[in-house]
Design a binder for this molecule. Structure first.
Ligand code: GUN
Length: 297
C-alpha cells in the first residue's frame, strides 16, 4: 500500500481563498474589514519569520494587519497595557501574542488579558473551557487545521479510534477535544505512555505532536491509518545543510498508512490559514453576523 499524500499547501490555499471571499462580503455588505493584531516580544528568529508570514497573508486576504514589535526587555505591564488597548480598539477583531514570551513574563497572565472574543489563538481559559464543554469557542489554529484536513479526507469520523501523541495546551489537548467532538474514541498519549507502539497500533487516526524527529516508525501504524504529522523538527541534512522532518518516519510510514501529511507541506501551512479563518469568525461574532461556512469547526 502507498498512502495518499494529504497536501496541506493546497488545502491551506483553499481556506485562504474562502477567507478572502468572506472578507470581500463583509466589506461590501457591512463595511467591515477584519483586523488582526500580532504582538512579538523579542527577536527570536523563528518567531520573526512566523510574524512576517502572518502579516503578509493577512494583507493578501484583504484584512487589516497591526504589527507590534516590542523589545525583549519590555516590562510585562507594558505588554498588558498594549493588550488592553487592542481589546478596546474596534478595528481589531483578533489578537495574537506570539509565544514563547521572554522568561520575565507570565504567559498565562498575558493570554488571559486578551479579550476571549478576540483570542484567535483559542488559548484563553474561557475558550479552553468552551471547547471542552462543546460551546462555541475560538479553537487553536493548528488543531483546527488538523481536524479540517481529517474531515476533508475521512468525512464522518464517528466511532474511529484516534490517538493523539503529545499533551501540549497548543496542540495535543485541544486536538483530543476536537476529535471527541467528531465522535472518535480518543486516546491522549504522551512521553510516559506505556507500550506506545501498541497504543498507536490501534489508531485509525494518528495525530503526532510530540516534537521528536521520526520517533514513530511505519511498522507501529495500523495498516490504512490516517496520519497527521504536526512535528516540525530540524535535523542534519546533506553536507552542512539541515532539513525538516516530522515526528513520523515518513519513508516507512507511507508504505503502511492509508493517508499521511508530509513535512514540510502538510499541517504547517494550515496553521496561518486557520488564524485568518479565526479572525473572520471573531469579526462576525463581535458584530453579531452569521458565521462563515467552511471556516468554523
Ligand atoms: N508559537 C508557536 N505556535 C504558536 C501559535 O500557534 N500561537 C502563538 N501565539 N504562538 C505560537
Amino acid at each position: 500500500m502507498t498512502a495518499k499524500i494529504l497536501d496541506g499547501r493546497a488545502f491551506a490555499a483553499t481556506i485562504r481563498s474562502r477567507v478572502a471571499d468572506h472578507v470581500r462580503r463583509l466589506r461590501d455588505d457591512h463595511g467591515l474589514v477584519p483586523g488582526l493584531a500580532v504582538v512579538l516580544v523579542g527577536e527570536d528568529p523563528a518567531s520573526q519569520v512566523y510574524v512576517r508570514s502572518k502579516g503578509r497573508q493577512t494583507a493578501e486576504a484583504g484584512m487589516q494587519g497591526f504589527e507590534h514589535l516590542l523589545a525583549a526587555e519590555t516590562p510585562e505591564g507594558e505588554l498588558l497595557d498594549l493588550i488592553r488597548r487592542l481589546n478596546d480598539d474596534p478595528r481589531v477583531h483578533g489578537i495574537l501574542v506570539q509565544l514563547p514570551l521572554p522568561d520575565h513574563m507570565d504567559a498565562a497572565k498575558v493570554i488571559d488579558a486578551i479579550s476571549p472574543d478576540k483570542d484567535v489563538d483559542g488559548f484563553h481559559v474561557l475558550n479552553v473551557g468552551r471547547l471542552g464543554t462543546g460551546q462555541a469557542a475560538m479553537v487553536p489554529c493548528t488543531p483546527l487545521g488538523c481536524v479540517m484536513m481529517l474531515r476533508d479526507h475521512l468525512g464522518d469520523m464517528s466511532g474511529l479510534d484516534a490517538v493523539v501523541l503529545g499533551r501540549s495546551n497548543i496542540v495535543g489537548k485541544p486536538m483530543a477535544q476536537l476529535l471527541l467532538a467528531e465522535n472518535c474514541t480518543v486516546t491522549l498519549a504522551h512521553s510516559r505512555t506505556v507500550d506506545l507502539a501498541g497504543v498507536i497500533g490501534r489508531a485509525d487516526i494518528l495525530v503526532a505532536a510530540a516534537g521528536r524527529p521520526r520517533m514513530i516508525p511505519g511498522d507501529w501504524l495500523k495498516p490504512g491509518a490516517t496520519v497527521i504529522d504536526v512535528g516540525i523538527n530540524r535535523v542534519p541534512g546533506a553536507g552542512d545543510k539541515t532539513r525538516l522532518v516530522g515526528d513520523v518516519d515518513f519513508d516507512s510510514a507511507v508504505a503502511v498508512a492509508g493517508a499521511i501529511t508530509p513535512v514540510p507541506g502538510g499541517v504547517g501551512p494550515m496553521t496561518i490559514a486557520c488564524l485568518l479563518a479565526n479572525t473572520v469568525t471573531a469579526c462576525c461574532r463581535i458584530n453579531g453576523l452569521r458565521l462563515p461556512e467552511g471556516l468554523t469547526p
